[in-house]
Design a protein around this ligand. Structure first.
Ligand code: 4GX
Length: 278
């Protein structure tokens, strides 16, 4: 069981987590999501959680007291606990981070909804992370993205034939195109090879299309790809089909099949000739 604790002024924003796979995971007690409205920890009469910035400037900042009080009031964690702050200044959240966090007992997300937070709030966080280079109105959507990505890695959350591990490999290599019935949809044909039943050739075709897609759509991922010996002939074909791919060929030159060294033979006139020459 992994526990997600969300410090937020807007717990209703998390309704999407009560649907589909994560709903089932919570019913099965594999995942728990709980909310702390830190306005409950505001000290002032008017329950303010934000205030104007010292030194002037536009907008409001989250005050430190309610967040500190809410964190201090959390019950002792069952296992390991990690406190996370969402911010575009943080390290970008990736699949590797999701895998790391899936091993924790409790993840606490601090969600703010104002222009920023008092710098002293940062010291509560073990990690500061961003879901990407864009600005959100609050941390809630970012927290939901991360909860979803982590929860699906918890054993049992996806089906029995869980393919979470396979999926995470497809982060460095894009998925090949997939098709289901009908074989002919308004004249658009499913590639013939997929109907052939020739499993080895289908596997090779899929690998080739994955590589092709990665080169053309996400060249930034290519350095992270682990090339296999059997990729060599595929890559030679891809270079002929897309000249640009030749620019990367240093990445797989180590896979170049070397011609077998010929065994010494006295019946080979060519080798006799070369022996005579010295
Ligand atoms: N990846 N955010 C807004 C709001 C905020 C204010 C005070 C904490 C305290 C973002 C991102 C992002 C984060 C902008 C939350 N949070 N978060 N900010 N990109 O844009 O994660």
């Amino acid at each position: 069981m992994i526990q997600f604790t969300v410090l937020t002024l807007f717990p209703e924003m998390f309704a999407p987590l009560q649907e589909s796979i994560l709903k089932r995971a919570q019913e099965a007690k594999l995942v728990k999501v709980q909310f702390v409205n830190f306005r409950d920890y505001a000290i002032s009469k008017h329950k303010n959680v934000d205030d104007i910035p010292y030194g002037g400037g536009v907008g409001m900042l989250l005050k430190p007291e309610p967040i500190f009080a809410a964190i201090r009031d959390l019950p002792k964690p069952c296992g390991r606990r990690k406190v996370i702050l969402m911010s575009p200044q943080g390290e970008v959240f990736r699949q590797e981070k999701a895998k790391e966090w899936a091993e924790e007992g409790e993840l606490v997300f601090i969600c703010g909804h104002y222009e920023g937070f008092d710098e002293r709030i940062r010291e509560l966080a073990d990690e500061e992370v961003s879901i990407g280079d864009y600005v959100l109105t609050g941390g809630e959507l970012a927290a939901m993205v991360m909860i979803d990505a982590v929860a699906r890695l918890v054993p049992g959350v996806l089906g029995e034939d869980a393919s979470a591990e396979e999926d995470s490999h497809s982060i460095s290599l894009l998925e090949y195109p997939q098709y289901t019935r009908p074989a002919d949809f308004e004249g658009r044909q499913v590639p013939e090879i997929l109907l052939s039943g020739h499993h080895a050739l289908i596997k090779r075709w899929r690998r080739k299309e994955s590589l092709r897609r990665t080169f053309s759509r996400r060249p930034d991922l290519i350095n992270a790809v682990t090339f296999r010996p059997e990729d060599y002939s595929i890559l030679e074909e891809l270079i002929l089909e897309h000249e640009e791919i030749a620019a990367w060929q240093d990445l797989w030159k180590h896979l170049c099949p070397r011609p077998k060294r010929r065994r010494k033979s006295s019946h080979n006139p060519a080798s006799k000739l070369s022996e005579d020459s010295h």
